[in-house]
Ligand binder design. Structure first.
Ligand code: GLN
Length: 191
């Protein structure tokens, strides 16, 4: 099973490593045609405005919407979560608008630009190590969205059918269980 990592900007090689640890093949996706050869896609962290511009420039907005319409799973981490959201607080335009969530960018403030913690995530047995870097938060979720974890009562992991988002960076630790969770989503989508 091949899982792609959108390779326009951001933590690509780290995600590929985590995918491989979780037992699937990880490939960098730089061109829209490459979406045809993968069964799941990760949109990594980075800077969402920059990645959004590059996505528009290279035709990824429509291509990823088509990919999603086929029921193929997508996992957005940090900036990737922002890119999947229907609404971004304080901005008129969002990007892919695939997931029924409202997000706030850089929501932890300057005091807590980056930090690590252990999170309980629904569907994963033990706590998962999470690295937050200028992380977004999910402010509101639509009725089809399931909240999988919170940090101080704020939503940081959620799922809507074949779409998974996390406001932290699961690829920056050796803990690959959230990737394993995503690999299982991709497996189920193939049945
Ligand atoms: N703050 C970034 C943004 O708004 C996201 C940070 C990240 O991906 N680590 O795009």
């Amino acid at each position: 099973m091949r899982i792609g990592v959108l390779a326009l900007q951001g933590a690509v090689t780290e995600h590929i490593r985590s995918i491989e640890l979780a037992g699937a093949t990880g490939v960098a996706v730089k061109r829209v045609e490459e979406l045809d050869d993968i069964q799941g896609l990760i949109i990594p962290g980075g800077e969402s405005t920059t990645i959004g511009k590059l996505m528009r420039k290279y035709g990824f907005i429509e291509a990823i919407r088509d990919f999603s319409a086929l029921g193929k799973p997508i996992f957005g981490t940090c900036a990737g979560l922002i890119l999947l959201a229907a609404t971004i607080e304080g901005q008129e335009e969002a990007h892919l608008e695939l997931m029924d969530i409202t997000v706030a960018r850089n929501a932890f403030g300057r005091q807590r630009e980056s930090f690590e913690t252990d999170l309980g995530i629904t569907g994963i047995e033990e706590r998962v190590r999470a690295v937050f870097i200028r992380a977004p938060l999910i402010r509101t979720v639509g009725h089809e969205v399931k909240v999988l974890s919170t940090y101080h009562d704020e939503i940081v992991t959620a799922r809507q059918g074949h779409l998974l988002v996390a406001s932290f960076h699961p690829e920056l630790t050796d803990d690959y269980r959230l990737h394993q969770y995503f690999v299982e989503m991709v497996q189920v989508s193939q049945l």
